[in-house]
Design a protein around this ligand. Structure first.
Ligand code: BDR
Ligand code: CA
Length: 308
């Protein structure tokens, strides 16, 4: 079976770790690179963490360090209350053996996409700064990716950092608007679906027998993450944002979609809101609005079980 090439643009982050482990272990995907961005943590910590995740899976995956700040706005505070100061809950920082590529991320993304036209799934699961900068550098990449599937936004759900905004969009709304305005069909895996996929801590400890190393990593990290959801959201489990987006890249049939031109509000009052645009020149985005929750969870844990 040919595996689909995927690049994950990421700010790891606990659910980012789930997404990366899933992509690295899935026999339908070939995780050919990771690019990093500020968001849950700084770009520096995100880069270190992406390298640590690859090494935890015993894989060599190129990692390039991307944007440290948003395009226009003053940076928001990192999400250490959700993901911990070092990004993986209370787990102490680990030092990776390898190091990041010495290459600017926009150039790297454009080169990879131009070298493999029609082959690469781009899956951003953090703020969209790197993707907007790559589009500015070479707008033709929009016609050369196989798909762009983002974790971000929400259409009917409201936000998770304000009444209107989802965290990834809120962290760089100007970049997100450029991404929705580009000449490609954005698949938006937002809070309408990711908030529905909730896993209790027992789901992660159940991995310990089959995948002791990755299971232990996720059990430790999600301990912190789930406390946040219990205390701040009133949910007894964690929302599986980023892995749900990666799963959507290969199992689109598990989701229901609406098709709309989408814009991002950059005005102060509703900053970061993703909403239907009146600009009919915009391509329709494919916005996931419902999901087969049980199937997504099963696919995720069945794949993680195949790891170390
Ligand atoms: C998104 O924001 C980050 O905190 C998560 O990693 C996810 O990408 C959810 O709103
Ligand atoms: Ca993320």
């Amino acid at each position: 079976m040919t595996r689909s090439k995927i690049i994950i643009d990421t700010d790891p982050g606990i659910d980012d770790a789930m997404a990366i482990f899933y992509a690295g272990l899935c026999d339908k995907l070939d995780l050919i690179a990771m690019t990093t961005v500020f968001g849950n943590v700084t770009a520096e910590i995100a880069t270190r963490n992406a390298l640590v995740l690859a090494e935890t899976m015993r894989q060599v995956i190129p990692v390039a360090r991307g944007a440290a700040t948003p395009l226009v706005q003053t940076p928001n505070h990192v999400s250490d209350h959700v993901h911990g100061v070092e990004g993986f809950g209370d787990m102490p920082a680990q030092t990776p053996k390898g190091s990041a590529l010495d290459v600017p991320v926009p150039e790297y993304l454009c080169q990879m996409i131009n070298d493999h036209p029609g082959e690469i799934i781009l899956c951003p699961v953090g703020p969209l700064t790197n993707i907007a900068l790559a589009l500015r550098l070479d707008p033709s990449i929009a016609t050369k990716v196989k798909a762009v599937v983002i974790m971000g936004g929400g259409l009917h759900s409201g936000g998770n950092v304000s009444d209107y905004a989802e965290a990834n969009i809120w962290n760089d709304p100007h970049a997100a608007d450029e991404v929705f305005a580009a000449d490609w069909e954005v698949v938006m895996i937002g809070l309408d679906v990711t908030q529905k996929v909730v896993c209790p801590h027992s789901d992660f400890t159940a991995m310990l027998g089959d995948a002791p190393i990755i299971g232990d990593f996720l059990a430790q990290a999600t301990d912190f993450y789930i406390k946040f959801y219990q205390d701040e959201v009133g949910v007894d489990g964690c929302q599986m944002h980023d892995p749900t987006a990666v799963i959507a890249t290969i199992y689109p049939e598990l989701f229901k979609y609406e098709h709309h031109p989408i814009e991002v509000c950059t005005d102060e009052d509703r900053i970061g809101e993703t909403r239907i645009s009146n600009d009919k020149s915009r391509r329709l985005a494919k916005v996931a609005v419902d999901v087969d929750i049980a199937a997504v969870k099963k696919i995720f844990f069945d794949t993680i079980k195949t790891g170390f």
